[in-house]
Design a protein around this ligand. Structure first.
Ligand code: BES
Ligand code: MN
Ligand code: ZN
Length: 490
């Protein structure tokens, strides 16, 4: 979908040339900046009891006398916050689903000044409205006809709207890539195929990419990563992506994505129910690809490195067993008490590998623990870091992107849970505080780094009727990386 803006006056909205017009009514009064024809239609709908001016309500009214666009819908936002406006946009866009309109004009009415965030909200709502997974489902059909959304704005708001749409379009491209990759089933997204996605992205966006195979991973000494990979017939891959948007002397931001293309649990096998969802266990990796897509599209002045350890976690005659002790790239030994706690094993070696880039910051993104879903549900990702300024910067980026996270503790007291009689540490602790002990495990490999961990187990995909990848946290990461490019200290 293409996003544009068009200058208009409030009165000019009625004569805008488009297949469809979506009016987002902000607040609980009929706005004074509505042209007479639209105001009349809105008041009639309210009077008839077809629409109430409450956030979350919307109405398709079709043709309106005096309005040039042949289809009109209203959607109500409770207030002018980007969050409320985005939900209204999502509802409003759904009104045009299945209709013939190709170009949609959008007018945000009654909210005063339009900001970058409002424009970005239109882009992300639009991207969500038209995304359709069809790679292994040809019967899904051709998808939405909507190919353009135009945000109507006044001269005073133009600069902010133009930039917000540009940033939003880049995030949509990144989110769409992340969703598409993460949605592909395990037999269509093996570690080698995930590496091919990275190579294709590198070709189209002119990035550098290196893909290491089993021999090279062995040579490096990534014993923890290899222990997970050894149970599978699919060979592991270690993907290194680079985007150079700043001087070579500029320390890079490193993103590390968990790339388990299917997590059976290994010998500590998972129950059958919902195991299919473990194809999404490479959502962290997919979000790294998506963030590269967005950042490269925006030509951000920053250096970015992406590290993706990717393999399957399978039971087999060669699989790692509970109690096995392996040596990580850091030299530290790990007793693998539970083979289902595999994410941290592949990530710890990638974190050690990150040291060689002398990064300004390292962020790992992982569908790491069911415990994080219990703690935070599906709204906020878990954020773990000992660095306060970094925590604030990531929380701010998440809020700005409407892709929020919530800080969790990493007190030294939690670290005791990982004691082992047979190795430097165990890979699991007791059930209680499981998302935190997972973070504490990773933290042991980050002494030389400014590091944060995002547990996206609850946010990277949806279950149930809407089952599918969300593309989160591409929005959060893109906002964070852009803030770095603008010289943010954290
Ligand atoms: N990929 C899972 C985490 C997960 C589970 C994400 C359910 C979303 C929903 C991870 O590899 C895992 O299996 N973690 C275990 C850790 C446990 C063995 C300490 C878990 O959360 O049960
Ligand atoms: Mn697991
Ligand atoms: Zn996993």
């Amino acid at each position: 979908m293409d996003f544009r803006h068009q200058l208009t006056t409030a009165a000019g909205v009625a004569s805008v040339n488009a297949d469809a017009l979506l009016v987002v009514v902000i607040g609980n009064k009929v706005p004074s900046d509505l042209p007479a024809a639209l105001s009349k239609a809105l008041q009639a709908a309210i009077k008839q009891g077809d629409l109430a001016l409450e956030g979350g309500r919307c109405l398709y009214v079709g043709q309106v006398p005096g309005v040039k666009a042949p289809r009109v819908a209203f959607a109500v936002a409770g207030d002018a916050t980007p969050r409320a406006v985005r939900s209204a946009l999502a509802l409003g866009l759904a009104q045009f689903k299945g209709l013939g309109s190709k170009q949609l004009a959008v007018w945000l009415s009654g909210g005063g000044t339009l900001t970058e965030a409002h424009a970005e909200a239109l882009a992300t709502a639009g991207g969500d409205a038209v995304y359709l997974y069809r790679y292994t489902k040809p019967s899904a059909g051709p998808g939405s006809k909507l190919s353009r959304a135009t945000l109507l704005c006044t001269r005073a708001d133009e600069a902010a709207v133009a930039y917000g749409l540009k940033r939003g379009a880049a995030i949509v491209a990144g989110v769409t890539l992340a969703r598409e990759v993460a949605n592909r089933p395990g037999n269509h997204c093996t570690p080698s195929q995930l590496a091919e996605h990275a190579e294709e992205l590198a070709r189209t966006m002119k990035l550098k990419v290196e893909v290491l195979g089993r021999k090279e991973i062995e040579k490096l000494g990534m014993g923890a990563f290899l222990a997970v990979a050894q149970g599978s017939d699919e060979p592991p891959r270690f993907i290194v992506l680079r985007y150079n948007g700043a001087a070579d002397s500029d320390a890079p931001v490193v993103l590390v994505g968990k790339g388990i293309t299917f997590d059976t649990g290994g010998i500590s096998i998972k129950p059958a129910a919902e195991m299919d969802e473990m194809k999404f266990d490479m959502g962290g990796a997919a979000s790294v690809l998506g963030t590269f897509r967005a950042v490269a599209q925006l030509k951000a002045r920053v250096n970015l490195i992406g590290l993706i350890p990717t393999c399957e976690n399978m039971p087999s005659g060669r699989a790692v067993k509970p109690g096995d002790v392996v040596k990580s790239l850091s030299g530290k030994t790990v007793e693998i008490l539970n083979t289902d706690a595999e994410g941290r094993l592949i990530l710890c070696d990638a974190l050690s590998y990150a040291e060689r880039f002398k990064p300004r910051v390292v962020i790992d993104i992982a569908t790491l623990t069911g415990a994080c879903v219990v703690a935070l549900g599906h709204h906020r990702s878990g954020l773990f870091t000992p660095h306060d300024a970094l925590a604030e910067a990531l929380a701010r980026a998440g809020d700005a992107a409407l892709d929020p996270c919530w800080r969790m503790p990493v007190d030294a007291e939690y670290d005791d849970a990982l004691k082992s009689n047979f190795a430097d540490m165990a890979n699991v602790g007791p059930r209680a505080g499981g998302a935190i002990t997972a973070a504490m495990f990773l933290k042991r490999f980050t002494d030389k780094l400014r590091w944060a961990h995002l547990d996206v187990a609850g946010t990277a995909w949806r279950s149930g009727a809407q089952k599918g990848a969300t593309g989160r946290p591409v929005g959060l990461l893109t906002h964070y990386v852009l803030a770095q490019a603008q010289g943010g200290a954290a």
